[in-house]
Design a protein around this ligand. Structure first.
Ligand code: 5GP
Length: 178
C-alpha cells in the first residue's frame, strides 16, 4: 500500500486533550524527579513534538539527547529488527535517564533500547510514552508513565508518521485505506 492510498480517517485524540495530558505528565514527572538532574532521551523522529511540549511542563533541571533506531519502513508492521541509526552524544553512566517515546506497539524497539541503555549503567532509567497499544505487545515491557492507552489502530499526527507524512497534524488521527 503506497502512502497516497492512505488517508486520515478520524481524530482519535484532539490537540486540546493532548496538551492537557502532557501538562499532567509534566506535573507528575516534576514531583517524582524533584531535586534531580534528568536526561531526557528522545527517540527520533516520532517523539520530538512530545519531547518539546513535555519538557516545557517540567519544573526540573533537564538536558536532552537523541537516539534514532530503525522501526517501520514503508509498512505499518514491525519487522522486529532493531538497529541503532544514531546513538547518544554523551555517556549516561550515573545519570537519571528518562526515555521519551511516541508509542509502544509490539514493544520490540523499546525492549531493545531499554536493555541497551541499562547496560551503560545509568543511575535510573524510566520510560514515558505518549501512546500505548498494549494489545499488540510481543515482549514484556511497560512504560512508567503513559499519556494514552489506545486501541489497535495505526495512528499518525503529533510527530507520528506514515511514510514520513502526517507528522505535522496537531492531534492524533487514525490512518486508514481510502
Ligand atoms: P514497536 O517496536 O513497539 O512495535 O514499535 C515502536 C515504533 O513503531 C514506534 O516508535 C513508532 O515509530 C512505530 N509505530 C508503532 N505503532 C505505530 C502507529 O500506530 N503509528 C505510527 N505512526 N508509528 C507506529
Amino acid at each position: 500500500m503506497s502512502a497516497s492510498k492512505k488517508q486520515v480517517s478520524k481524530v482519535l485524540i484532539s490537540p486540546e486533550h493532548i496538551q492537557k495530558r502532557v501538562a499532567e505528565l509534566g506535573a507528575s514527572l516534576s514531583d517524582d524527579y524533584r531535586g534531580k538532574d534528568v536526561l531526557l532521551i528522545c527517540v527520533l523522529k516520532g517523539a520530538v513534538i512530545f519531547l518539546s511540549d513535555l519538557m516545557r511542563h517540567l519544573d526540573l533541571s533537564v538536558e536532552i539527547d537523541f537516539m534514532a533506531v530503525s522501526s517501520y519502513g514503508a509498512s505499518t508492521e514491525s519487522s522486529g529488527v532493531v538497529r541503532i541509526l544514531k546513538d547518544l552524544e554523551y555517556s549516561i553512566e550515573g545519570r537519571h535517564c528518562l526515555i521519551v517515546e511516541d508509542i509502544i506497539d509490539t514493544g520490540l524497539t523499546l525492549k531493545y533500547l531499554e536493555e541497551n541503555l541499562r547496560s551503560r549503567q545509568p543511575a535510573s532509567l524510566k520510560i514515558v510514552t505518549l501512546l500505548d497499544k498494549p494489545k499488540r505487545r510481543k515482549v514484556k515491557i511497560e512504560p512508567d508513565y503513559c499519556g494514552f492507552t489506545i486501541p489497535d489502530e495505526f495512528v499518525v499526527g503529533y510527530g507520528l508518521d506514515y511514510n514520513e507524512k502526517f507528522r505535522e497534524l496537531p492531534g492524533i488521527s487514525v490512518l486508514s485505506d481510502r
